[in-house]
Design a protein around this ligand. Structure first.
Ligand code: SF4
Length: 182
């Protein structure tokens, strides 16, 4: 991590993130995939589908992150830069060369639906199960997942990582969150 901030296109200072900070910024996403996998494991527990669906969800979480690195990050100003708050930009540079930054908005809109089911599937399978076979620990697991996925993760993105992003004016994620926040 450099001590002196660099500048974006508007000449305003841009923060660079150390590897440790990038790792911390990934914790909410990692927590969501682990909690989501636990929901599948409990819902289908007692059969082979428990570990199978939990492993599949974990693999989907990892593949979703990789998908963003390959299909979105090359169009980002933070590609191959420590200015990317979660480190994806540096990893993305190992897969693909830099692409047109002007296409970022279009690529984001096109590819973000690929990972949206990660937020929805654990609720879809877990909610009916907790209604049918109520237990406090499983309800607590569902609530923890919902808090992390729908509150902590977006909050960390919009109030921390994305706060300093030069693309935030055109980013669909920020626009959605701003509308939701009123
Ligand atoms: S800021 Fe977002 S889109 Fe840009 S390189 Fe990092 S993860 Fe990719």
């Amino acid at each position: 991590m450099s001590e002196e901030p660099t500048s974006n296109d508007n000449c305003s200072p841009v923060r660079e993130y150390s590897a440790a900070e990038a790792l911390v910024n990934n914790i909410p996403y990692i927590a969501m995939t682990v909690l989501g996998a636990a929901i599948f494991a409990v819902t289908f527990g007692g059969s082979m589908w428990g570990p199978v669906t939990a492993a599949a969800y974990l693999a989907y979480g990892a593949a979703g992150a990789l998908w963003i690195m390959v299909f979105v990050c090359p169009y980002c100003r933070y590609w191959n830069s420590a200015e990317c708050p979660c480190g994806y930009g540096l990893i993305a540079a190992r897969f693909r060369p830099k692409a047109k930054v002007d296409c970022f908005d279009e690529k984001f809109k096109k590819h973000i639906p690929v990972i949206v089911p990660l937020w929805i599937l654990p609720i879809l399978v877990g909610l009916p199960d907790v209604i049918r076979n109520f237990s406090w620990p499983f309800l607590a697991l569902l609530v923890l997942f919902a808090i992390d996925a729908f509150a902590i993760l977006p909050l960390v993105s919009t109030k921390h990582g994305c706060k300093e992003c030069p693309q935030k004016e055109s980013c669909p994620w920020i626009i959605i969150k701003t509308k939701v926040a009123g």
